[in-house]
Design a protein. Sequence first.
Length: 363
Amino acid sequence: MSDAPPSFRTPAEQAAYAAVLADLAGRDRGDEAIIVFREPTDPDAAVVADAMIRAGTVSDELYARLLVAADRLYAPPPVTRAVAFDAFGTLVHIGRKRHPFERLIRQARDRANSLPSPMVQSIGLADYAAALGLPYPEAELVMLDEELATITLYPDTLDALHRVREQGVRVAVASNLALPYAAPLKALLGDLVDIWHFSFDEGVIKPDGAFYAGLTARLGCEASELLMVGDTWRDDMVGAVEAGSRARWVDRDGRASHTRRFIAVRELGDAYPDRRKTEQMTELELFRSGIDANLDYLHNQRWAVRAGLLRQILTDAPEAEKAAAKRALDDHYDTRGQPEISRAPLMRNAIATIVARKHTRRA
């Protein structure tokens, strides 16, 4: 558990955090709950912790979910067979937003409320205007063309998709969007995507569980084997977690609140890092590595104490004793490759010699 103070967007959020933390501390198994509440690196825990802070209370249901997340703290990492990316705000962005569909809806809101959203049906802008009883939408079609022409990839998009595919993991684009926006996506991303899963095709939008059920069915994987990556908390994070999948939140501006920042990434490539870079270590190698790290830490601590002692006793030392201290320092760096048992006497002898000389001089 980190000692770094949490960061909050508002004083109200900070006060809610403190209140929930106090409530958790007084419950059974409070320690486990506090750990995952303070640092919710598990996506489910992050979603639950965020809900607790917004509500300002700890319901029994949320507390139970938090303990389930705590039980997963030391579980082996789950297998990822597919990564699904949201489209707009995650992989691509629109340089000039004109919102042509929303413009039509504002002109005939009552009629629009009685019809399916263009996000859940395969319908173009002109046909949607006709369904609303509006005249041919010349101005809106120009706006749509302007939007589609300014759809561009984020700089890290292609590299991130390449890295996922090179690891044998399937790639999906799973997004809420209307029909006209699909073609530019396919033109930009081409063969890097295995499955295109759009709300207008599926007849349902995120965060609905049916959207995610259809996605995993098409990918041929279990919900737990899917990682969802997106920039919308409710649609991409809450929706995926409640469907039984994992999630990473793309926060390109770095504005994540305390609970959300533990599963947030600034760079798209960090959402699913290249796991080929780290070779698997045997249990014995891991054990030896831990011993080496601890010995090196202990040696550095011991050296810091001895170096401090040298500096202290040489404050008013003559040149001869300064030369001896310099030799001790040189001996230390020349023997760092040797076992600690062979280095230690050199330093002890050097310090003992200098101390003896100093006491003799004072006498």
